[in-house]
Design a protein. Sequence first.
Length: 176
Amino acid sequence: MIDPQSESSPPATMSALDKATRFASEGLARSLDRRSFLKRAGTSAFLMLAGIASGQMLTSRAVRAQATPPTDPTRPAPILSPNSPNISCSPPGPYCNIGGGDTSGCQGGNCYQHLYNGTVVSCSLYYQYYAAGCWTTSAGGGYWTCCDCECFNSSGTRVATCGCAQFSGTPWRGTD
């Protein structure tokens, strides 16, 4: 804005910019409904503070995934074969297997493939029980990264659920 007390005349471009700014701000002020603006601003501020207070905005998904998983009575118990290592996970079915033993259908802790009715089907993370699809469990001086998987046939229909696991010395290894 131009200082009215100034004795020197402003450049022409400054006067034009000042005039355009004045018209734009007056037009905005006339078109803005202050009541709805304040209502929206107040609602946004409340929701932001509620998110911060609940801890949902300041924690990452990985940290929330490490928390003790909720117990779900509808979740099926894992099916373990006699040669399973002492995996401390609870997948929604057997461990992903392509014929080479438990977790042979996994790439580290990540879902990859599973043998279903004699056919190898592709698998991906399953988010029904955990928001991140994976979680970390402490056991035996290290940590198991456990992931729930859902497997699809060639037409895209889910045909099976399984799980993958990987042991690591650090709490959150992430999936490969």
